[in-house]
Design a protein around this ligand. Structure first.
Ligand SMILES: Cc1cc2nc3c(=O)[nH]c(=O)nc-3n(C[C@H](O)[C@H](O)[C@H](O)COP(=O)(O)O)c2cc1C
Length: 207
């Protein structure tokens, strides 16, 4: 038993250490970072767009609300979870487990495009958003990811996230990363708008 606990603690410490090791090249710039993927895309009407977001401390909510204000005919839905950070850090994130979330009552057939907004936890998408990717019937739908972070979401983590989404048959169209720390509301809104225009240039964006 002692051996098991020791091994467990070593694994967790390594995960935390890895997530905190910033290579200068991996640091998210103060500017918006957006990457688009080479998957078949179609222009989807605003009212067939679903904005889903999870936010533990409120930052990602600001991003999702801004996107909603720019695409007001889309549907905005919060992913709700009572997950505690200790459980997330020591169990769900290291072992890629789904967090329990409240049922999301939507007619998923109605939506062809999903904009999923989530924070990064330990270089992985926060577990409540992972639950959505793993369990919602989003196969063949287009997805745009809007990720918020404190300052470091490395290339390796981005690639793993891309792989996770694509393994579910979801057409991942883009990933945008917005570094939140120390930014004013105006800066966050401005960067969110910039990211949205980067990845959805043909979407009818409200002025
Ligand atoms: C448990 C935990 C782990 C985190 N891990 C990272 C990380 O690996 N890299 C990073 O840049 N930010 C990390 N952050 C910071 C959050 O991603 C960032 O503050 C995010 O904007 C919070 O979103 P929210 O306010 O919507 O919950 C972490 C935050 C928490 C609570």
């Amino acid at each position: 038993m002692k051996k098991f606990i020791l091994i467990y603690l070593v694994i967790i410490s390594s995960c935390i250490a890895c997530s905190n090791t910033n290579k200068a090249s991996d640091d998210v710039s103060e500017k918006v970072f957006s990457v688009t993927y080479d998957n078949d895309s179609a222009v989807i009407p605003d009212n067939e767009t679903l904005i889903l977001y999870y936010s533990k401390m409120g930052s990602t909510r600001k991003v999702a609300n801004k996107i909603y204000s720019l695409i007001p005919e889309a549907k905005l839905v919060e992913i709700k979870s009572g997950i505690g950070l200790l459980k997330a850090v020591f169990w769900l994130q290291p072992f890629n487990r789904n967090a329990k979330i409240e049922t999301i009552n939507i007619e998923s057939d109605q939506y062809k495009q999903i904009i999923l907004c989530s924070p990064i936890w330990l270089q992985k998408i926060a577990s409540p958003a992972r639950t959505v990717i793993n369990t919602m019937p989003f196969k063949d739908k287009q997805m745009h990811l809007f990720i918020t972070c404190g300052g470091h979401f490395g290339d390796g983590g981005q690639k793993k996230l891309q792989k996770l989404v694509e393994s579910k048959g979801i057409n991942l169209m883009s990933l945008s990363i917005i570094k939140m720390g120390g930014k004013s509301e105006d800066e966050i809104n401005g960067q969110t708008q910039e990211a949205l225009l980067n990845v959805l240039p043909t979407q009818k964006i409200a002025s």
